[in-house]
Design a binder for this molecule. Structure first.
Ligand code: PMP
Length: 400
């Protein structure tokens, strides 16, 4: 009965690693993977995570019972404080409901399912381009996906006027997906002044902001600075949703730890929203896993552990920023044609190089360098030792 089932294509992002693994070349380089690597090219478990994990494992009073549908209560409280700020008025007024979900993706999906069921407008505007999974998550949740202009290939920066025009002509009440910081794949973020204009437009048209915060602390190294955009929208007293991920900033990729928060007008509404979120979650996966959320709560609740975390987080962010500079310098020293300042201007894990799919294919074939066909490279997958190889490949790709 399944003989008619066609073979599905590889996921465009995860498929890059599949191809990389098959390549026997000793010089191969994987810049497709959206995960942090050390200078030696290895995955990193933060020492603060190891420490928390050991204490959790040694604590014999901890059991493996089911969590509630909404997850670990302490984790939810601390996650809301992390994104909205310790002094957030919305938290003090109990207008926020936060539920633990399966990392960023699961938080987006639960939020989208909730909106599809209970919000009057099913249209969601996502930036063009955006993380490849966004349109699939939202479509399958029952929303109608439209795009707004975001990136300008000529400046390799923000198409701010295009963004304002497209959101300005969106139907009233439409949902708008915003990357809180370190936009994936472009590495291009609005300035705070531009954020303020976006906020005014969104509020004046009664649009519903839905923030995707997958890189808090990872972009600038500062958890507060990277949450600034979200906090501007909370400060005006309006409603919004936020999906948080701890994959990148705590390196908890495979633990699938994240949270969805819905900021409401009153505590009473927040309580009702939470009751409906439970109805979304219960038939989907019943309740979330306990281990990763326990690690996060352990770190967030203890001042000195929290401080240690921020030091490690800054170290990761700084290594990525230094990779940008080194790659830029290497291209300059080779006299590679073109303006490569966007490499140092862009923010976060990725650089949107501007290389086209033909150039990418050439670099994979001749230099064994793997990346998504849109020319996005993960700076976190690069190391000082491998910069010359990458710069040689880019130089060859653009001059051939
Ligand atoms: N949103 C964006 C913009 C991302 O880049 C990612 C990870 N690549 C995610 C969400 C989801 O990540 P996860 O589900 O692993 O938290």
């Amino acid at each position: 009965v399944f003989s008619h089932v066609a073979h599905a294509p590889e996921d465009p992002i995860l498929g890059v690693t599949v191809a990389y693994n098959k390549d026997p070349s000793p010089i191969k380089l994987n810049l497709g993977v959206g995960a942090y690597r050390t200078e030696e090219g290895r995955p990193l478990v933060l020492s603060i995570v190891r420490k928390a994990e050991q204490q959790i494992v040694n604590d014999m009073t901890r059991v493996k019972e089911y969590l509630p549908i909404t997850g670990l209560a302490e984790f939810n409280k601390l996650s809301a404080r992390l994104i909205f700020g310790a002094d957030s008025l919305a938290i003090r007024e109990n207008r926020v409901t936060t539920v633990q979900c399966l990392s960023g993706t699961g938080s987006l999906r639960v939020g989208a399912e909730f909106l599809a069921k209970h919000y009057h407008q099913r249209m969601i505007y996502i930036p063009h381009p955006t993380w490849g999974n966004h349109p699939k998550v939202f479509t399958l949740a029952g929303l109608n996906v439209k795009t707004y202009r975001y990136y300008d290939p000529t400046t390799r920066g923000l198409n701010f006027q295009g963004l304002l025009d497209d959101l300005g002509s969106a139907p009233s009440g439409a949902i708008v997906l915003l990357h809180a910081c370190a936009h994936n794949p472009t590495g291009v973020d609005p300035t705070l002044t531009q954020w303020e204009q976006i906020r005014q437009l969104i509020r004046s048209k009664g649009l519903m902001p839905f923030f995707d915060s997958a890189y808090q602390g990872f972009a600038s190294g500062s958890l507060d600075a990277d949450a600034e955009s979200v906090r501007m929208f909370v400060a005006d007293g309006g409603e919004l949703l936020v999906a948080q991920s701890y994959a990148k900033n705590m390196g908890l990729y495979g633990e699938r730890v994240g949270a969805l928060s819905v900021v409401c007008k009153t505590a009473e509404v927040a309580g009702r929203v939470e009751s409906q979120l439970k109805l979304v979650i219960r038939p989907m996966y019943s309740n979330p896993p306990i281990h990763g959320a326990s690690i996060v709560a352990f770190i967030l609740k203890d001042r000195s552990m929290y401080n240690e975390w921020t030091v490690e987080l800054k170290m990761m962010a700084d290594r990525i920023i230094s990779m940008r500079q080194q790659l830029y310098d290497a291209l300059r020293s080779r006299g590679t044609p073109g303006d490569w300042t966007h490499i140092i201007r862009q923010i976060g894990m990725f650089t949107f190089t501007g290389l086209n799919s033909k150039q990418v294919a050439f670099m994979t074939k001749e230099y064994h360098i793997y990346m998504t066909s849109d020319g996005r490279i993960s700076m976190a997958g690069l190391s000082s030792k491998r910069v010359p190889h990458l710069a040689d490949a880019i130089h060859a790709a653009v001059t051939r």
